[in-house]
Structure formats: C-alpha cells, structure tokens
Design a protein around this ligand. Structure first.
Ligand code: ADP
Length: 611
C-alpha cells in the first residue's frame, strides 16, 4: 500500500497510483478548514525556529496526513541539506512510514507498514528478526539509552558520523522497505535518529541521513530534537483537529436526522429518504459519495445512485432482528488513504447512524401500532354502542313482529281468500321472516345469547357442516375444496357461534360468485393459533369497501339480500374468542378471510377436561 509522487522528472514512469494521488492531493488541498494563507514550502526556512514555525503552520492548514508529512520532509531536506529524511509514525495500532530522497528525483513515499503490536495492541519496535538498527530504535523510543556511549546525545538521540566504520557493531545499510520501516540507505554515512513524542507518549522516529561523513554537529542534532518535538506537537494537534472534525460531521448528520424525525406527521419513508441524503456530507469525499438504505426490502438512495467501487455497510437491527442495512460508498476508485479506503471515524459514524435509524424504526413502529390500537378501540366502542341500541330495538320489535307473523300465517288458512290477497299475505310473511332473521343477528351481535364454550376441533366442525355447505355451493355452480387436517390442536369455543362465523363467511363468498367459482376452506395451525381460512374467486372488493365491511349495517347488497350484520357478527364472535380476523381482497380476483383463534395447549385442555 504506497503512494509515490515523482517530482521534477517528466520521463519518470507514471503508474496508476500517481494519477490517483494527484486527484487525492487536489481533493485534499480543497479540504476545509483551509489556512488563511497557504504556507509556502519552497521558501527556505531561515533557522530552526523558523523551520518549527513552518511545521506548525502546515499542521494547521487542514491538509491530509500524507501531504503534511511530505511538506515537512521537503522543508527538512531543504533546510538541513541532508540526503534522506525518513519518518516512522504510530497511530493506535497502525504504523505509517514516509521517506523523501534527494537523489531519487525528490521522490516521496508514503505507506502504511505492517504493524507489530504488543499485548495492549499498541505498536512496538520489536520484531522477530531484530537487527542492530531495530534494537537502537527500540532503545531511543523507550529512553533506554546509555548516556556514556558517544553516539547518544544528552536527550537520547542517536548521532553517528559514519555508520560504515562499525562504531556500533552490526549496524549497516539495509533496505528500508524491510524490517520495521527505519533503514539506512546504501551510500549513507552520517545518521541521526530522533524520537518524536506527543506529551509523554512516544509516537515515532525522525531519521536524517547524509552521504557525507560527519555531516551533523552535536549542536545541530540538539536543534533537530527541538524540531522533532514540534513535529510531535503538530501531529497531536492534527489528530485532535481530525477527531473534532469527525465529531462535528457525526453530530451534524445526527442532528439532521433528529430534525427530520421531529417534523410532525412525517412518515418513516420520508425520514429514511432524508437520512440517506444527509450521509454523503459526513464522508471525506462528498462529491463522489453515494448512499443507500435498505429496510424490509424497501430501498432509499441518494440521487443518481450507482454501485460504488468501495463501500462500507452497517446493519439496521430492530428488536434483535436484522431488518436492513445502510451502505455508503465512493463511485470511483479512490486512492487508499493512510487508513484504508475509509477513515476509522467513518466506521464509527455509519455505526452510529445505523443505531439511530434502528431506534427511529422501532419508535415509528410503536407509533403505528398505537394508532392501530386506538382505531380498534374506537371501532370496538362503536360496536358496543350499536350492540346495546340494537339489542334494545330487537327486544322491542320481537313481540309486534311475532304478532304480525302469527296473524299473517293464520290469515293464509282462510279458504275464502282471493288470489291477490293471498299473494300479498305471503309477501308479509316473507318480509316478517326476513325481519326476524335480522333481529336474531342483532341479538347475536349484541351477544345477548350467552356463549357455551367447549373443546372444539375446528377441522371436525368444518367437516360436519360440509353437507350443508356442499349443497348450497353446488346450487350456485361453485366448486368447494376443503383442506382440513385432522391433527389440529383444539380450541376452547362456542360451537354454534363458530358455525355462525363459518356460515356467514361462506354465504358472503357464495354471493360474491354469482357466475360460479371456487370456494376453498382451509384449517391450519402454528405454535400458538388455529387458523380458519375462507377464500373465494369472486368479485372482490375495493379498498373503500374493505375498510367498512366490519361496520354494523354496512352492506353493498340489495335490501332483501343483505343486512350488513354478517361480518360485524363474525368480528364480534372472533374478538370474544380472543382471536383476530384479516382480509385480503382484489377486485375481480377474489377475497380471502383469515381467522386466528388461540390454540389450547395439551396440558390446558387436559386440565380443562378434568374440571
Ligand atoms: P351483508 O352480507 O349482509 O351485506 P356483511 O357484513 O356480511 O353484510 O358484509 C358486508 C359487505 O362486505 C358486503 O355487503 C360486501 O360488500 C362485502 N363482502 C363481504 N364478504 C365478501 C366477499 N367474500 N366478497 C366480496 N365482498 C364481500
């Protein structure tokens, strides 16, 4: 993983990473906050103090780490006149290495080297094949130096006039790409190794090399120690700034989401669409960033979304169940940043947003359930009122109706009745019978008849009533199919009420198939419930009709065909058995009613039977 930038040589081989790095640098140069005035690196620092000031200025300019280190290396190499500047820096458990070589077209290398961590996860200098140089690095980093040795300064930096004279046994030029990152280039003689510290924490090493023997004086090395100290402060400052910037981005993004959620009456769909649009500004390259949220197979994307080249993802988990994910990515191949394609902080951000979205989904779901419950409650309230009114009316009407029916039936017995009068009386009888039917239904609806609950096998009950249903269906040219497995758990229910439910559903289905069709009755069960499913291939209903079918007296049928009480009665009976009823319907395709009734467990039913 390395980015190489060749300067001042047009014929130098240009690999693809150069093109990406150029893009990377242009983008990075545009990053905010920018310095009020761009510090000029080409101007030679006048003295060590000036060099340190320039480093601090660069640190404050908001440029990314790789560019910052490159500029620091350029300033140091120009100011010192040495041949190679190398830095190895640690950040948590990552190790970065950069190198600027005056003789290799001023080429700058920046790479993340494979980290070597100790037990606490922090990077260390120790390696499996410790060389003399590794040992020295480790000693300088930990401050374990022997001040009596001539190659250490008072502050513990290493300073050698000629590494080839074997002052330190085993120390020799080696390929710096191997080992721990610090190496000595072939042809170098003078070497300086200075610890870089931030506060009390050791964060890396600064290495200076020259092909000229005795290039550095002790006084100069002490001044470079001051420069390394400044570099440590500058790096710590940049890390704080970076952490702050990321925190601001996170808070801005979360604030945006919270603001969207707070809008009165906003739907979950709208919140998720707003959230997905808030994501790109939180990432390092908003212009090439795209985002996608998937929730229960519904997809929300940023405009012009296309499959990203690099992406990161976090799951949306509600009540312990994975319901979807958030994905953020870059649409172009992007140079690998020093921390990989995405910043560490961006991983935290996407996780925080996924948690927030999970909470919103949970909250919205609870709100929707509340609204549904309130609607059910209102409906139940309406039913109770109508039931009470209906029951009163039914009792009041029962007696006069019985009289009308009785006297009309008596009147038909009169032999001297003329044909027309006889027909009229027959109409009175038929209308009275219809009225009696309505009153009976009203009484059931008002649950004036007390239920008698026993253990019932729903499959057996359907089979028993098959004979009646079969004959009604065949008269209407309807094919009847029954799927009724015998091994159904029992339910505790009022048998005649359940028969009423089945009859009402079947009568409605038959009436919905005036030109014949297919009626299917199914019983089934899961762990907790027994199901009764009545399905027809009839006219179906519109959404408006479907919303009102359980309202008492709602009917789309002619006066003598429907009372508008059939499904209210079904609803009342199912609710009184702690069950639920669902309906799916499509115009000209048919209708399906699904009733769920609580199953009795074996133990319960035994206990019940013993009682
Ligand atoms: P009624 O059957 O007396 O009209 P219900 O309460 O049983 O009263 O039904 C109410 C309304 O629901 C019906 O008028 C009809 O419009 C609709 N409906 C009920 N079942 C079906 C079905 N299987 N197919 C189509 N529409 C139906």
């Amino acid at each position: 993983m390395s980015d190489i930038c060749n300067e001042g040589n047009a014929s130098a081989p240009v690999d693809t990473s150069l093109a990406s790095l150029l893009y990377y640098e242009i983008r990075m140069d545009n990053r905010k906050p920018r310095a009020k005035t761009d510090p000029d690196v080409s101007k030679q620092p006048t003295d060590f103090r000036d060099l340190s000031n320039r480093i601090l200025e660069q640190a404050d300019s908001g440029i990314p780490r790789a560019l910052f280190l490159k500029k620091v290396s350029q300033m140091v190499i120009q100011f010192s006149g040495c041949d190679v500047v190398r830095m190895v820096l640690f950040k948590r458990n990552r190790r970065y290495r950069c190198e600027l070589n005056r003789h290799m077209n001023q080429s700058f290398r920046f790479e993340e080297t494979s980290p070597v961590s100790d037990q606490s996860g922090e990077c260390t200098w120790s390696s499996s094949n410790d060389s003399a140089l590794d040992q020295l690095c480790s000693d300088i980093a930990s401050g374990r130096f022997d001040s009596s040795l001539s190659w250490y300064t008072e502050n513990g930096s290493l300073w050698l006039g000629d590494i080839t004279d074997q002052t330190i046994p085993g120390l020799q030029p080696m390929d710096s790409g191997e080992g721990l990152g610090i190496g000595v280039s072939k042809g170098s003689h003078s070497l300086a190794l200075i610890a870089v510290e931030a506060g009390l924490q050791h964060i890396g090493l600064l290495e200076l090399e020259s092909i000229t023997p005795d290039f550095f004086t002790e006084q100069q090395i002490e001044s470079y120690e001051f420069v390394a100290q400044t570099l440590g402060i500058a790096l710590a400052h940049r890390r704080l700034q970076e952490a702050l910037r990321e925190r601001v981005k996170e808070l801005t993004c979360l604030y945006g989401i919270a603001k969207a959620v707070a809008q009165p009456g906003i739907s979950l769909d709208e919140v998720l669409q707003k959230t997905v649009e808030l994501l790109p500004p939180g990432w390092l390259y908003p212009d090439i960033c795209c985002a996608r949220i998937v929730l229960d197979k519904r997809v929300y994307t940023t405009s012009g979304y296309r499959k990203p080249a690099h992406s990161m993802r976090a799951d949306i988990t509600v009540d312990g169940n994975k319901r979807g994910s958030i994905e953020v990515g870059y649409v172009w191949e992007k140079p690998q940043l020093d921390e990989g394609p995405f910043l560490n902080e961006e991983r935290h951000l996407i996780n925080a947003i996924a948690r927030e979205v999970s909470n919103i989904v949970e909250q919205k779901q609870a709100e929707e359930e509340k609204v549904m419950l309130q609607e059910q409650l209102r409906h139940a309230d309406r039913l109770v009122t109508i039931g009470q009114l209906g029951a009163g009316l039914a009792h009041e009407l029962n007696e006069p109706l019985a009289n009308i029916l009785g006297f009309a039936q008596l009147a038909t017995k009169d032999q001297g009745l003329r044909g027309q009068t006889k027909q009229d009386i027959e109409k009175i009888i038929s209308a009275s019978l219809h009225a009696r039917e309505v009153i009976k239904k009203l009484l059931v609806f008002a649950r004036e008849t007390s239920p008698e609950r026993t253990y019932i096998n729903l499959s057996a009950m359907v089979k028993d009533s098959l004979y009646l249903l079969q004959s009604r269906c065949s008269k209407a040219g309807i094919k009847l199919s029954c799927n009724t497995p015998a091994d159904l758990p029992e339910i505790m229910a009022d048998r005649s009420q359940l028969l009423q439910v089945l009859t009402n559903l079947v009568v409605n289905a038959i009436q919905a198939m005036p030109r014949g069709g297919h009626l299917t009755i199914t019983t089934a069960h899961n762990d907790t419930h027994v199901l009764l499913i009545v399905e027809d291939t009839g006219t179906g209903m519109s959404d408006e009709v479907r919303e009102m079918i359980f309202d008492p007296f709602f009917t789309t049928k002619d006066v003598d065909q429907g009372t508008g009480l059939g499904l209210s009665v079904v609803h009342g009976i199912v609710s009184s058995h702690n069950g639920t009823i669902e309906v799916e319907s499509e115009i000209d395709r048919g209708t399906k009613f699904v009733i769920r009734l609580p199953a009795e467990t074996t133990t319960n039913s035994k206990e019940g039977k013993d009682d």
